[in-house]
Design a protein around this ligand. Structure first.
Ligand SMILES: *Cc1c(COP(=O)(O)O)cnc(C)c1O
Length: 468
């Protein structure tokens, strides 16, 4: 063994202590860090001929990047839909690297851990046992996987095995939706349907939910044509839900494939008062749920739930190599997901679920919803702002009460000063043609005190901007 490798191996105890100390100091200062890092440019390091060893590399990292790390996982990152990481989830992620096991193998502990975690998640969300699930890297890949299985089903309806024969038979396929997440459209690009395959039907007035009558009329007009419907269980602007129960009833008559993107809206199932938003979702063929958002595990985790293991195997089996065994006989996750070799990405979720159970997750979700609703009320009652949609779950969508032609510049200016202030991060959007701002609360650390800090900051920055 090379001398440097030997030296680090011998000092693994002392070195990991240092990494632990650094981690603890970062996490204990998280609340005070600017939420969004200031942009910075760095002179690029060259590949060293002689390395410096683990300890010096850590020092080098701290020196180069330590001051530039933002509080991305802190309590006031309300941009996009950004979760944090619970303490046991961080431990699970660390240990995933320590064990470095391949969650592709059959009959192993990683397989058992993933299966057990999926079962716990089914319980958390109240999903029927008929759904099997797999971990993938994020909700984009969950949408990709769900739509890949849907594609296989679509081919089957036309007598074609798409996984074997390719897309030719599906050249004119249409995917029906209303307000799909951009990652659904990206998935259609990756799957060979093409971005143009999406057909966006109209929403109800003042809503981001599909008009069921319009959907039914479309289905009637295309009776006999196999179709994929992508429903939203939580849009990113206003967390609007398609009427899943009504869509489930239409499915009984028209027999389409129903994929539900419930990336973060699925967590409504954790709180009895909001569960009804998901009524009917058990009729879905595939469901996307993100883990690195409201489950609060580190990045690189989401689940695809499906009720069609055979179609899933037909889609993703890694067959044809003698050393891999028979995909039909030996259950392995790698035959059901896009990846072959896979990190044990169920482990952070396993730790967090075992540590906290359903009650703590209900508290996290309910707390975020209540704080979002309070922010919505503060905004509604203040003349400087206009709330653009009711706060249905964890997102507040609002704009500034200025003339229409000034809205874009005013919202941009506010977001810029908030970013620079570092106390909170919000993101811009356009809602029904109106330049707007969103606050999305899905972090376990967020408290009423954070809401007070953010509200003071927003009011103060708006007042300063108005004077200018
Ligand atoms: C975030 C999100 C996605 C994409 O998730 P990634 O984890 O970023 O890949 C898909 N759909 C919805 C509704 C989302 O909120």
């Amino acid at each position: 063994m090379n001398q440097l490798l030997r030296q680090d191996l011998n000092k693994v105890d002392a070195f990991l202590q240092e990494v632990k100390d650094y981690s603890v100091s970062f996490l204990s200062g998280l609340d005070a860090l600017p939420v969004k890092a200031a942009s910075a440019t760095f002179e690029r390091l060259e590949l060293p001929r002689k390395g410096m060893g683990a300890k010096n590399a850590l020092l080098q990292f701290r020196e180069r990047y330590g001051r530039h790390l933002a509080g991305n996982s802190g309590p006031r990152n309300w941009g996009f839909v950004t979760g944090g990481a619970t303490v046991p989830a961080i431990a699970g992620d660390w240990l995933t690297a320590v064990f470095d096991m391949n969650a592709a193998d059959k009959d192993t502990a990683p397989l058992q851990i993933e299966t057990e975690t999926i079962a716990m998640l089914r319980q958390l969300f109240g999903l029927p046992d008929a759904f099997s699930g797999c971990f993938v890297t994020g909700a984009t890949m969950a949408n990709f996987a769900g739509l890949a299985i849907a594609r296989q089903w679509l081919g089957n309806q036309l007598g074609v095995d798409v996984a074997q024969e390719g897309m030719a038979a599906l050249a004119n396929a249409r995917i029906i939706s209303c307000i799909p997440h951009s990652s659904t459209v990206k998935s259609l690009a990756m799957l060979g349907f093409g971005r143009n395959a999406i057909l966006k039907l109209s929403s109800l007035p003042e809503r981001e939910a599909i008009d069921i009558d319009v959907l039914e009329a479309y289905l009637k007009a295309h009776k006999g044509t196999p179709l994929i419907v992508v429903a939203s269980a939580g849009t990113v602007n206003t967390v609007d839900f398609d009427d899943l129960a009504a869509i489930a009833r239409l499915k009984e008559t028209y027999g389409f494939w129903l994929h539900i993107d419930a990336a973060f809206g699925a967590f409504a199932a954790c709180v009895p008062a909001y569960r009804h938003l998901l009524n009917g979702w058990e009729a879905a063929d595939s469901i996307t749920i993100d883990a690195h958002k409201w489950l609060n595990v580190p990045y690189d985790a989401a689940m695809i739930f499906t009720r069609h293991p055979q179609l899933q195997l037909d889609t993703f089996k890694n067959a044809g190599a003698a050393y891999l065994g028979d995909p039909a006989k030996d259950f392995k996750y790698s035959n059901y997901t896009p990846e072959n070799s896979r990190r044990l990405r169920a482990l952070p979720a396993w730790y967090s679920l075992v540590a906290y159970g359903a009650d703590v997750y209900a508290d996290i979700v309910n707390n975020n919803i209540q704080l979002a609703r309070q922010l919505g009320t503060l905004i509604e009652e203040n003349d400087a702002f206009r709330l653009l949609a009711p706060v249905r779950l964890c997102v507040v969508c609002f704009t500034l009460n200025v003339a229409d032609e000034e809205k874009q510049a005013a919202t941009d200016a506010l977001l810029k000063v908030l970013d620079d202030g570092g106390k909170v991060m919000l993101t811009s959007t356009v809602y029904q043609g109106v330049p707007a701002i969103r606050a999305a609360l899905v972090n376990w650390r967020t408290t009423a005190q954070d809401l007070a800090i953010v509200w003071e900051e927003i009011k103060q920055q708006v007042a300063t901007l108005m004077v200018k």
